[in-house]
Design a protein around this ligand. Structure first.
Ligand code: GAL
Length: 707
């Protein structure tokens, strides 16, 4: 596969405003509606729209016969209105004629069933026919519109893996074998890596290796893990097919593909390396009153994927979605606070799926900027107000989020702890652990950046952080472990969670057991993993507190110079170390061997932050957050109230609220879903906001209390 032509260069998106707008599907409407669309877009302050994402059949109705006329007309209309285009390569889904001519390009599920035409993404990522056609379509669009003055960037495909991220078809099996040959060289290498002497799994021919379909019992774990890696890489190759064409035809135009927040199936670190700008689609569930906490971690990943550069929120919903079992609308004001939360966390865009609510098809009940009632719809009134407000936030464009805490996001460990069937417990899962640990740090007042486990060598230097947490680093090799050691050696605080450093990248347990390459850094050895029966609860004592331990503990032995910060208090582990800290010159390395509930994690992380010299909020509410972006001279601190009850922040600085234009100092109270963005001279340390006091719930939230 050809490598991208110019690895180091990052192309800027061609737009000189915060991007505001949404997916636009003019081919679902008559041309007189387009005129109204453009008029209302201007009224709402729209600066960018994304199209023609799913329009391949409308652009190439028959093989080799193109109809660009409608796209020409709408692009010109949009351009005349000053609206920039996130121009899709229209390869998100194949036209029916292509699939009919080549049924072998359809994806198969794990039971060996072929998936049929009739929805979207009916393609196998490994299919040579699909790749060839994708390259052809991309070239056709790039050649036609590469010089169009409205072009802001290329939008490649759409949400890779949304419906089909793994394929078990014969073509995928052939591709999987090639991928394994590249990785292991010969069959001996593969047999060694997969540990085939267990259960008689030795392979004597490459042809015997299939995609891991249903088998009589648990499948070889290294095979499962490699299939996860392979599937992510197969999609990455498909992405690269389009990138190569676009780099050749339009070398100066930025490329992106829209991500799906913290998505298990694709290693976004590797995808982000190939593109110019990270874009994300975020759909926090309005039914979950704490969904903004998860969103904060997703955004912490998005900004980290390209080393802290601004990213773009390319899709979100103006109110309800239509793909959940129950699609709850957003309360008045929630669209605004959720959108501005993304901006707080480094997005230079607020965009929606979609501009105009569909009249037919699968997504007609999905909210849009312009609802079925047109400009009278609440979503239009609220998004329009937001679009106009965004103009006041122009100064934040390009600035970067300031954070002192990093959280290791590692797809290998994620896959290892979720694809593999034979583990000590299915209750300990990478994603849940990461979310639980992040929530504790969020409640204590810290925005958290994702970091890549290898640190500097893998493109996310650790030196900007005081604290790095690794909630569950199941797979760990020596090299990334060395990066973590170096971080501690230069004064950093590292916190490692349970079931870490267990296996190497071929899923072999490290000599001497966990925590493997972190043994000396942490000063502990795990004698046995100690899952706790479902429904049972153990405790550990932490200072004065008794912290509940559900699901998971470990029998650990600690070196004499290791401080025992918390010890198990009940069950077979009673009296044994549970939470440890080893000091290393200026730094320290903690090991938290248990799964803990939110109160327990708050207690441990409060202790961690205190010993690391970082502030912490003394309440543990997740209702409100403060995040600071900075352009080097000015700090922009976003204060966000995610609930209907008012909240009061104590400000360590004074400044001007960009939204109201007023000078603020001392205390600032935000009403229901309120937001302020305070501009103040850049300060060291990062402004840290505490909640001055909490308010009694207002009448506005009875439903929450009932729930
Ligand atoms: C996204 C997708 C859009 C639309 C949206 C609805 O996953 O990219 O095309 O389907 O969801 O929420």
């Amino acid at each position: 596969m050809a490598q991208h032509l110019d690895d180091e260069r990052i192309r800027e998106v061609r737009i000189d405003a915060l991007a505001f707008g949404g997916d636009y599907n003019p081919d679902q409407w008559s041309e007189d509606v387009w005129l109204e669309d453009v008029r209302l877009m201007q009224e709402a302050g729209v600066t960018m729209v994304s199209l023609p994402i799913f329009s391949w059949p409308q652009l190439e109705p028959e093989p080799g016969v193109y109809d660009w006329s409608w796209l020409d007309r709408i692009l010109d209309l949009l351009h005349d209105a000053g609206i920039r285009i996130d121009l899709a390569t229209a390869t998100a889904t194949p036209p029916s004629w292509l699939l009919r001519a080549h049924p072998e390009m359809a994806p198969w599920d794990s039971d060996g069933h072929r998936l049929e035409f009739g929805s979207r993404q009916t393609y196998c990522p490994s299919s040579p026919i699909w790749r060839e056609n994708v390259a052809r379509m991309t070239r056709a669009i790039a050649e036609r519109y590469g010089e169009h003055p409205c072009l802001a960037m290329w939008h490649i495909s759409n949400e890779y893996g949304d419906h089909v991220s793994r394929c078990w078809c014969p073509e995928s099996a052939r591709h999987f074998r090639r991928w394994l040959q590249d990785r292991y060289g010969d069959l001996d290498g593969l047999n060694e890596a997969w540990g085939v002497n267990v259960w008689g799994q030795r392979y004597t021919s490459w042809e015997h290796i299939e995609t891991p379909k249903k088998a009589p019992g648990p499948i070889n774990p290294t095979k499962l893990l490699d299939f996860e890696r392979f599937s992510s890489d197969a999609m990455l190759e498909l992405f690269q097919v389009e990138i190569d064409v676009l780099r050749e035809v339009t070398p100066d135009i930025a490329v992106t593909t829209n991500f799906m927040s913290m998505f298990r199936d694709l290693d976004y670190w590797r995808f982000a390396e190939r593109e110019d700008v990270v874009t994300d689609d975020a759909y926090p569930d309005p039914m979950d009153p704490t969904s903004h906490v998860g969103a904060a971690l997703n955004y912490g990943l998005m900004r980290a994927l390209k080393g802290g550069r601004p990213w773009l929120l390319l899709e979100s919903s103006a109110s309800a979605t239509s793909w959940r079992d129950v699609n709850v609308p957003k309360a008045p004001g929630k669209i605004r606070v959720e959108s501005l939360q993304a901006v707080a966390h480094g997005s230079d865009a607020v965009m929606f799926f979609q501009w105009r609510q569909a009249k037919y098809g699968q997504e007609k009940f999905h909210s849009s900027m312009l609802g079925h009632r047109g400009e009278r719809s609440r979503s239009f009134q609220e998004t329009k107000a937001l679009g106009l407000e965004l103009k006041k936030l122009e100064p934040v464009r390009g600035s970067r989020v300031r954070s002192r805490v990093g959280l290791v996001v590692d797809w290998d460990s994620w896959w290892g702890s979720s694809a593999v069937e034979s583990l000590p417990s299915q209750q300990l899962q990478w994603a849940q652990q990461a979310r639980a640990w992040h929530r504790a740090l969020y409640a204590l007042g810290h925005p958290v950046d994702a970091v890549r486990v290898g640190g500097e060598a893998s493109g996310t230097p650790f030196d900007r952080y005081d604290v790095i947490v690794a909630p569950n680093l199941y797979i760990l090799e020596e090299e990334p472990a060395a990066a973590l050691r170096a971080f501690v050696a230069r004064g950093g605080t590292l916190v490692v969670g349970p079931f870490s450093g267990v296996v190497d990248s071929t899923e072999k347990v490290h000599d001497g057991g966990a925590p493997g390459p972190l043994r000396d850094l942490l000063g502990v050895e795990v004698d046995e993993q100690w899952p706790i029966a479902d429904g049972a609860l153990e405790h550990l004592s932490y200072g004065e507190d008794a912290l509940a331990v559900p699901h998971w503990g470990e029998w650990i032995e600690a070196d004499p110079d290791v401080e025992i910060r918390g010890a198990y208090a009940t069950g077979e582990l009673a009296g044994r170390p549970a939470v440890t800290r080893r000091a290393h010159a200026a730094g320290s390395a903690w090991y938290v061997s248990a799964m803990l509930r939110p109160e327990g994690l708050a207690a441990v992380f409060r202790d961690v932050l205190r010993t690391a010299g970082l502030p912490a909020r003394d309440d543990d509410s997740v209702q409100a957050e403060a995040v600071t972006r900075s352009d080097g001279t000015t700090d922009y601190t976003f204060l966000l109230n995610h609930a209907a009850d008012p909240v009061t922040f104590h400000l360590p600085m004074s400044g001007r609220d960009l939204i109201t234009g007023s000078e603020v100092a001392g205390e600032l109270t935000l009403g229901a879903y309120g937001v302020a963005v305070v501009a103040s001279p850049r300060s060291e340390p990062i402004p840290f906001l505490t909640l001055a006091h909490t308010h009694r719930p207002t009448q506005a939230t009875p439903s929450k209390e009932l729930a």
